[in-house]
Design a protein around this ligand. Sequence first.
Ligand code: 13P
Length: 243
Amino acid sequence: MPRKIAAGNWKMNGLQSTLSELRTLEDKHGDADIAILICPPATLISACEDTPFDIGGQDCHTGEFGAHTGDISAEMLADVGASYVLVGHSERRTDHAETDALIAAKSEAAYDAGLIAVICIGETLEERESGTTLDVIDAQLAGSVPDTADAQTTVIAYEPVWAIGTGKVPTTDQIAEVHGHIRARLSERFDDGAEFSLLYGGSVKGSNAADIFAVANVDGALVGGASLTADAFSPIIAALEEA
Ligand code: 13P
């Protein structure tokens, strides 16, 4: 069975004072039997070392060390307690022109450092409206997911770009179609394709989480805005525990 994962991506949000939200969440969900993953900004990772939750970086470089001012390696994330790293988030693909090949290389770097790579994929609104969603997903899966991936080292997050931070959510049929397609492609390519955790991301909230988690092949969520406060994230975690 794929592992259930409630993941919070804090993006470029969070100061030391924000960690009080984490403490509140720990009081409520510290002994949950699903995986709870928090991806704070890199500046806060080591301050999370005592948390019972899994901690992840939001990006990593392809190299281990070197002259890359401002970059952080997977090795460095692991060194301060991260066990996951997001790669290929649409904001990185857009803001930093990241390609599928670069994302695959970052995933390999994550594996080398012992991190689980959460590889993010998803179509733009234009691609959705032109009917090419599944082609885009195929190209991103083929290009971003290394041949060395397996279900222990890799999580796939489907995040339609048009649903991120917009309050717009695909219908459950649309999510089912894409997640079913991802599952089929992974199963064709990997012996353990049925075991990969597949997360949905994009405007997940307490009010829609249960419906999303009831969709076949949805094993959890990658949550942005609603992961920033314990009040907003807790009902999402609770919905996944009950799913
Ligand atoms: P929102 O939940 O704010 O739409 O963000 C989703 C996301 O990009 C998580 O990585």
